[in-house]
Design a protein around this ligand. Structure first.
Ligand code: MD6
Ligand code: FE
Length: 221
């Protein structure tokens, strides 16, 4: 007999298993994995943004990003004329980023384990906020020191089309729908794959409003 932490939940509320979708080598979407904790995550984001408001970063090339960002955790991802990097200090406040709430770290660890990456210990959580029309162009996540750790990405609010490409920028991306409560985990062979978010469609989500919020957990330091 196998032991599963979620065996006691009804099928429609079970997490993992047949609702997991492989989207690339070492990359998986866990459908609905964050659903039962979405309201708590949303409340925590409200507290974080009171301390470290969302802002539109500027790329090293001088373009204002349409996605608004903030961070929690020991390290925060920032971009300015000097480049992309992780920093312990929020450049807008001069203070450390808000601490990562324990339930954030917990859900990230559980999702990573369900995707085959045990012992994930994130020290950075980048929070992205999209309004309708906002997009994130194809990029690689490569500012993290240890590329053996996966990235765990939690979607809340309006659905988005996640563009998941390959090792080359020119590789034609798959289009993966990410809905409220879905979590993508990727690492291993696809850790440096190009990816992005297509322009967000109009709409309103009952809990989150006319927004998409995305949490990406990383081991950055
Ligand atoms: C987003 N996510 O979903 C943007 N990067 O809003 C990312 O750029 C991302 O979701 C690395 C791993 C997972 C991601
Ligand atoms: Fe990314």
């Amino acid at each position: 007999m196998t032991f599963d932490l979620f065996d006691n939940l009804p099928e429609s509320h079970s997490r993992g298993g047949e609702h997991n979708e492989a989207i690339g080598p070492g990359a998986v979407v866990l459908r609905g994995f964050a659903l039962s904790r979405a309201a708590a995550l949303h409340d925590a984001i409200a507290q974080i943004q009171a301390e470290a408001p969302f802002r539109h970063l500027v790329t090293p090339g001088g373009f204002r990003m349409s996605v608004a960002m903030t961070n929690c955790g020991t390290l925060g991802w920032v971009s300015d004329a000097r480049g992309y990097r992780y920093d312990r200090i929020d450049p807008d406040s001069g203070r450390p980023w808000p601490a990562m709430p324990t339930d954030f770290a917990e859900i990230a660890r559980e999702a990573a384990a369900a995707a085959g990456y045990p012992d994930f210990a994130p020290d950075a959580c980048l929070i992205n906020r999209y309004t309708p029309g906002t997009r994130l162009s194809l990029h690689q996540d490569r500012n993290e020191r240890d590329l053996r750790a996966p990235i765990v990405s939690v979607s809340l609010g309006l659905p988005a089309v996640f563009l998941f490409g390959g090792a080359q920028r020119a590789d034609r991306p798959a289009r993966v729908r990410m809905a409220h409560g879905d979590i993508a985990v990727w690492g291993g062979p696809s850790r440096l794959y190009y990816h992005g978010i297509a322009p967000l469609a109009d709409g309103s989500h009952p809990l989150i409003g006319a927004l998409r919020l995305n949490l990406t957990f990383r081991k950055a330091g």
